[in-house]
Design a protein around this ligand. Structure first.
Ligand code: THU
Length: 129
């Protein structure tokens, strides 16, 4: 799937975001190696610290479906924001070289990068021996 199609899915997923506190809606679309796409959105909570990011809900959705190999993630957020540190770490668990497409609210491509650029010298499963 091409980056702009994946970004469109991320922008659509963003519509479902539950963000009544920050009003900062984020959508993510995770492309699996098998061609499947798993989407996610941020889910906030009145107990603010329990908030789930869009990227992590997408990863959890994929893992729960038994799919753990991914090739790319598209993220739709205001200004084309990059994933937070916690999401970078969770993505690293499954693919340290994942392609990352950053898009704005409409799904327009703002930047393209990879997880190893966003999270250099990452701590991962191999560190546990
Ligand atoms: N958020 C994400 O969904 N992904 C990120 O990588 C950064 C932040 C969400 C969490 C919260 O609901 C809102 O954006 C503002 O921080």
């Amino acid at each position: 799937m091409d980056p702009s199609s994946l970004l469109q899915l991320a922008a659509r997923a963003r519509d479902a975001a539950y963000a009544p506190y920050s009003r900062f809606q984020v959508g993510a679309a995770l492309l699996a190696e098998n061609g499947e796409v798993f989407t996610g959105c941020n889910v906030e909570n009145a107990s603010y610290g329990l908030t789930l990011c869009a990227e992590r809900t997408a990863v959890c959705s994929a893992v729960a479906a038994g799919v753990r190999s991914y090739s790319a993630i598209a993220i739709s957020a205001p200004g084309g924001a990059a994933p937070c540190g916690a999401c970078r770490q969770v993505i690293n668990e499954f693919n340290p070289a994942l392609k990352v497409y950053l898009g704005d609210e409409t799904g327009r491509l703002v930047a393209e990068t990879t997880l190893d650029i966003l999270l250099p010298n990452a701590f991962g499963p191999e560190n546990l021996g």
